[in-house]
Each structure stands twice: as structure tokens, then as C-alpha cells.
Design a binder for this molecule. Structure first.
Ligand SMILES: C[S@@+](CC[C@H](N)C(=O)[O-])C[C@H]1O[C@@H](n2cnc3c(N)ncnc32)[C@H](O)[C@@H]1O
Length: 196
């Protein structure tokens, strides 16, 4: 994975470096080892800042196909300008993550990644996104989600438990950067790994 543009927001470089380490640790805790070429779906990806961290965390596997999707056209345009995947296929699409099942021609995914999910604010929308995420996975695939807030993460985990997903790891990030815009909010504060 090649990053063509620097990150435009202060602190993001260090955040994604910490995220790569965190994901490596969480995958090990969940007993996951990746190999070969993976199909990875990044839902609600925004500018897809996390792309390089994700690629690093699945090594020695590589991404053979990587698709990022978000509602915001400006964020998708920035993601296109930033990332390149030599030897693989990369795609960023403006669209509703809750409709991913209606998109034709997609493979079954090894991993669906959702960074800073927003379940708390729109539970019904996110119920749809979580349902579609599980449906988009291979039987052996994994859903990986991070959250900004404790309660938001608890709601996500409860929802996944209610739909029968296996909770393979659920970790509070020890070095998560506190954000000043809300009490109890920090970058990748929690991460959870789910299996079908
Ligand atoms: C908190 S941001 C996270 C962005 C990015 N993953 C990150 O961590 O920097 C949440 C993102 O969810 C996107 N989003 C919300 N509802 C969505 C939906 N139904 N389909 C696709 N994206 C959605 C928003 O546009 C926003 O970019």
C-alpha cells in the first residue's frame, strides 16, 4: 500500500501508527494470522486515513482487493488521491454502507473494517450496516470495529452479540489519544474483532 499524500490533520500520523500496532496485537489476541491476498472492505471510511495501518496489520498477507465506501463525496475524493495499491485492486465509492449487498460484482470479503462506527447516533442505520457487514464476509471472515466512546462501543458489542456473532477480541486501547471536542472521546478507544 502506498500513501501518495500526507495526512492533512494534526495528530493523524501518530494515530494511525498506534492503530497499526493495536490491530496487530488484537489480531494476535483473537488468534488470527493472515496469509495470501485478502479482500478487505472499509465501510464508512471517510478519508480512509486507516488504510496504511490496516495493510500493515494484516502482513505478511497483502491486500488483493481493497474497497472503501462512505456517504461523503469529498472524503472519497481525498481517499482516491491518497492511496495506491500496486499489485492489487483499490476502489473508493461514494455510497450507503447499508446497501452494500445490492452492489453487483463484489467478492466475498476476508475482512470488513469499520473505524469509529457511529451506532450511538443512528442505531437503525447502523443495525443495517452491521447486518450487511456480516453478510459481505466469507464464512471464515472477520468484522473489525473501532469506537470513539465507551457507551457507543458497548452498544455495538451488544448488537453483535444479539445477532449471534462470535466476539474474538475486545480491547480498550491503552494509548488512545484523547480528543477535546467531547468528554470521554478518544481515537480508536476500543477495538473489537467478530467472527460469524
Ligand atoms: C466518525 S466518521 C469515521 C471516518 C473514518 N472511518 C475515520 O475513522 O476517520 C464516520 C463516517 O461514517 C460515514 N457514514 C455514516 N453513515 C454512513 C452510511 N450509511 N454509509 C456510508 N458511510 C456512512 C460518515 O460519512 C463518516 O465519514
Amino acid at each position: 500500500m502506498i500513501q501518495k499524500l500526507p495526512f492533512s490533520y494534526e495528530g493523524t500520523d501518530a494515530d494511525v501508527q498506534r492503530l497499526a500496532v493495536l490491530l496487530g496485537e488484537v489480531f494476535a489476541l483473537a488468534g488470527l494470522r493472515f496469509s495470501g491476498k485478502l479482500a478487505v472492505l472499509n465501510l464508512a471510511c471517510g478519508r480512509a486515513d486507516e488504510t496504511g495501518a490496516l495493510a500493515a496489520a494484516v502482513a505478511p498477507a497483502e491486500m488483493g482487493f481493497y474497497l472503501g465506501m462512505d456517504l461523503r463525496a469529498d472524503a472519497i475524493a481525498e481517499a482516491w488521491n491518497r492511496w495506491e495499491l500496486p499489485g492489487g485492486e483499490i476502489d473508493f465509492r461514494e455510497g450507503n454502507a447499508a446497501m452494500i449487498g445490492r452492489m453487483e460484482g463484489l467478492p466475498e470479503f476476508d475482512m470488513v473494517f469499520i473505524r469509529h462506527q457511529n451506532y450511538w447516533h443512528e442505531p437503525m442505520v447502523w443495525e443495517g450496516i452491521l447486518e450487511e457487514s456480516l453478510a459481505a464476509l466469507k464464512q471464515s471472515g472477520h468484522l473489525v470495529c473501532t469506537s470513539y466512546f465507551d457507551l457507543e462501543h458497548e452498544l455495538l458489542v451488544a448488537s453483535m452479540r444479539a445477532r449471534g456473532a462470535k466476539i474474538l477480541a475486545n480491547v480498550r486501547h491503552a494509548f488512545s489519544r484523547e480528543l477535546p471536542d467531547a468528554t470521554g472521546k478518544s481515537v480508536d478507544r476500543w477495538v473489537a474483532v467478530f467472527g460469524k
